[in-house]
Design a binder for this molecule. Structure first.
Ligand code: GTP
Ligand code: MG
Length: 179
């Protein structure tokens, strides 16, 4: 078929988690070592061709700083998809991501395709958020199970090395409802 789909996509997550860097990597194929913190939100668009459809993403890259939190509903309202981003080197950012998941579950569009991205996967030596549960000792925060339990599509990504960046957008595109 030749389905043409317009999809509003929002990125949410703690400041510094790498939302803008993921978008920049996806849209421009580049990475900035000193990406500036987003003010308010930034808009991008990018088209992705699948076998059965062409998906035009209208991307809202929101600001993670707490003082912008109240603006977020403007960007996730009516969104077909969301990527909630945390930084694998920051447990705080993972906790923040869980808060976003809860907020979307309460207030977001119930059919939203939601992805969880554990970004900065290139910084393995600084990892604080476990990928899989360890079979020993105290319970650790564990991203994969959390994502499964909450019906999220999950990938660890790196905007720096490009790992899984196109893949996460591609997977979202595949999961969008067809017209
Ligand atoms: P706000 O706009 O403040 O909400 O932050 P953000 O989530 O948009 O983060 P941003 O993309 O600005 O990235 C913050 C910092 O982390 C920048 O210095 C980036 O270069 C760096 N960064 C982003 N992604 C990665 C990554 O995958 N690996 C590494 N090593 N650094 C990254
Ligand atoms: Mg940003």
């Amino acid at each position: 078929g030749n389905n043409s789909i317009n999809a509003k996509l929002v990125l949410l997550g703690d400041m510094g988690a790498g939302k803008s860097s993921l978008v920049f990597r996806f849209v421009k194929g580049q990475f900035l070592e000193f990406q500036e913190s987003t003010i308010g939100a930034a808009f991008f668009s990018q088209t992705l061709a699948l076998n059965d459809a062409t998906v035009k993403f209208e991307i809202w890259d929101t600001a993670g700083q707490e003082r912008y939190h109240s603006l977020a509903p403007m960007y996730y309202r009516g969104a077909a998809a969301a990527i909630i981003v945390y930084d694998i080197t920051s447990t705080e950012s993972f906790e923040r991501a869980k808060k976003w998941v809860q907020e979307l579950q309460k207030q977001g569009n119930p059919n939203m395709v939601t992805a969880l991205a554990g970004n900065k996967a290139d910084l393995e030596d600084k990892r604080k958020v476990a990928l899989e549960a360890k079979n020993c000792g105290a319970p650790v925060q564990e991203a994969h199970t959390y994502a499964e339990e909450n019906g999220l599509f999950f990938k660890e990504t790196s905007a720096k090395t490009a790992t899984n960046v196109n893949e996460i957008f591609h997977e979202i595109a595949k999961r969008l409802p067809r017209a």
